[in-house]
Design a protein around this ligand. Sequence first.
Ligand SMILES: CCCCCCc1ccc(Oc2ccc(Oc3cccc(O)n3)cc2)c(O)c1
Length: 257
Amino acid sequence: MNFSLEGRTYVVMGVANKRSIAWGIAQSLHNAGARLVFTYANERFEKPVRDLAATLDRDDSLFYECDVTSDEAIEQTFENIKNDVGVIHGLAHCIAFAKREELSGEFLNTSREGFALAQDISAFSLAAIARSAKDLMTEGGSILTLTYLGGERVVENYNVMGVAKASLDATMRYLANDLGKYGVRVNAISAGPIRTVSAKGVGDFNAILKEIEERSPLRKPVTKEEVGDTAYFLMSDLSRGVTGEIIHVDSGYNIMG
Ligand SMILES: CCCCCCc1ccc(Oc2ccc(Oc3cccc(O)n3)cc2)c(O)c1
């Protein structure tokens, strides 16, 4: 059995720029031989994503806009992908959002609308995407999403996104249960803090980064390349017995009290 991704196609959702974890995942899958399909939220992201993909040593990538807050948009995007590539072998969901003002201070101050928005984009979108993507995974498949420790226990300031990640983790498990009989696995990578454009929106990010370097078992920060290589494992046949799982790529920080 070989563990190359040659001859396989994967959808990567959520590349914003070269610091994105999604870009680290794309690079690892590309280096393993995969063909990539990128989706982006709106036209503002099209050029940055195309420019990044142009740096890869094969120019066989495809690009689609996908507003994950719309069921019609998701259905249309996967209809287009199905028409253009036919079969996909997996999908990386690297999408989340919460209002910046609700990512610091007291969770008590979370608004009804802000709570629902974070749930919609950061958790429900995985279920809606899995429902559409499943039909393209006729040769089996692997779906992965990105989560964070703040969904398992309280991390100061993470607030409404922590509740959304708890929901995402349960969504991942229930999807794993439904999709297993179709040969589709669903897992999550719980990444330690990485300096991305999204991380800038969460209060006191620098303090957490310092804590990881000082207190994590590996005593070092986490990189998008480390997350990318674990994504390669989860997309490959090496992880064929793994579904419904959260793999922490966080220098071991989560095992600390
Ligand atoms: C206090 C916790 C510090 C470690 C946070 C690690 C982390 C960093 C980035 C993460 O991804 C997002 C994605 C969107 C998001 O919402 C944003 C981001 C920027 C601006 C904004 O208005 N909302 C917040 C975090 C994430 O889920 C977790």
